[in-house]
Each structure stands twice: as C-alpha cells, then as structure tokens.
Design a protein around this ligand. Structure first.
Ligand SMILES: C[S@@+](CC[C@H](N)C(=O)[O-])C[C@H]1O[C@@H](n2cnc3c(N)ncnc32)[C@H](O)[C@@H]1O
Length: 192
C-alpha cells in the first residue's frame, strides 16, 4: 500500500471510512482514559473527526473538546459534520510539534494514530508534556509494528511501541499502563 504521511493520496472521505471501520477502538480508548462528563479533552490530529464526535458526546455540554489538526482541509471536512448543537468543540488548526499555545487546560490528551503521521513524534510529545499539568491522562494508540500488517499502514511506516516508550520517557513522561488491542493496535497511557 502506498503511504503518504499527510494522507494526500487517500482523501478525507476514505480516511473517515477507515475510522468508522475501527470505531470499537474508541470505546476502549475512552474507557482507558477514564473520560467523564464535564471533562476537557485535547484531541491531537483529529483527521475527519469521527472519534472527536464520540469524545464530544462523552464529555457532554459541560465539557470541552479542543479538536486540533495541522491540516486545514481535515478541519474543514470535520466541521461540515458538526451539528450546531455541538458547541463544546473548539477547532484549532495548528502543528502540535510546534505549539499548543492556543489550547486551554485539559484533563485528557488523545493522540491516536497520529504519531506515524508526524514529522517529529518526539517534538509532538515534548510539546504535550510542556503544555499539561500533573494528573492529566495522555492516551497514545498506534498501529502495531509488531503485527501482521493486514490492515492499516505498511509495517515500515509504523512506529513501534518501544520507540514511543523511548521518546515518551526521554521527554519526561511516566508510563501508567500499556497493552494490545484489536485492529493491530497498541495503546499506552502516560502521565507527567
Ligand atoms: C490518520 S489521522 C488520525 C485521526 C484520528 N486521531 C484517529 O485516531 O483515527 C492523522 C491526523 O493527524 C494529523 N497530524 C499529523 N501530524 C500532526 C501534527 N504534528 N499536528 C497536528 N496534527 C497532525 C494529520 O493531519 C491527520 O489528520
């Protein structure tokens, strides 16, 4: 399969279709991050935003979702789907490797299937670390490099759990837990 980090070879409609195919993962992610009504969540790299909408429903009207992506096209595509009543979503077009200044205080940071699209995963993690307070739950999920490669990006374009752990540790994160999931995924829960 042809892989472009910026997904320019695929189109957002197709990325959305793929997100919908693995929607059961998002329920596990919300549980792992212990996402609750009224909480504030930074979703980094929303893509078409299928999962972002799930988070918005989960935190409810009292909560806030900072929906961040470096691609203006991704955000435009997402905003077409957002109903007017979803006023708990704050869209932000920004490269998370450069700055998170536009983001307020959060309880949770979701970084799912983003690191293998990032130019510098370690810079992204460093910025998150700098931005958050202690006790913030940071959930990373990625396609596993150590799997069959029957779905998702080619194995050589994935980032291994060991590499993410190395980056996370080097910028200061502590590991809370990690594990494997269906759809050739692994997750990692971190805190400051
Ligand atoms: C495959 S989509 C992931 C969507 C969603 N998070 C998921 O779990 O399916 C990857 C998205 O990450 C975005 N992205 C990659 N690097 C980024 C960065 N440094 N800052 C912000 N967004 C980034 C891309 O523009 C793309 O929309």
């Amino acid at each position: 399969m042809d892989f472009h980090k910026d997904l320019s070879n695929v189109g957002w409609e197709e990325v959305k279709r793929r997100q919908l195919e693995r929607v059961p993962l998002v329920y596990e992610w919300m549980k792992l991050a212990d996402m609750k009504q009224g909480e504030s969540v930074l979703d980094i790299g929303i893509g078409p935003g299928v999962f972002t909408l799930q988070y918005a429903n989960s935190v409810g009207e009292e909560g806030t979702i900072y929906a961040l992506d470096k691609s203006e096209e991704a955000l435009d595509f997402f905003l077409r789907d957002v109903k007017e009543k979803m006023n708990n979503i704050i869209p932000i077009c920004r490269n998370a490797e450069t700055s998170l200044d536009a983001v307020g205080n959060v309880d949770i940071v979701m970084i799912t299937d983003v690191l293998h699209h990032a130019d510098s995963p370690i810079d992204l993690l460093r910025n998150v670390y700098k931005h958050i307070n202690v006790d913030v739950r940071v959930l990373i999920a990625e396609f596993d490099k150590d799997s069959k490669g029957q779905i998702g990006p080619p194995l050589q374009n994935r980032i291994s759990k060991e590499e993410v752990k190395k980056f996370a540790k080097s910028v200061g994160f502590q590991e809370v837990k990690d594990g494997n999931q269906d759809y050739e995924h692994y997750y990692m829960l971190l805190k400051k």
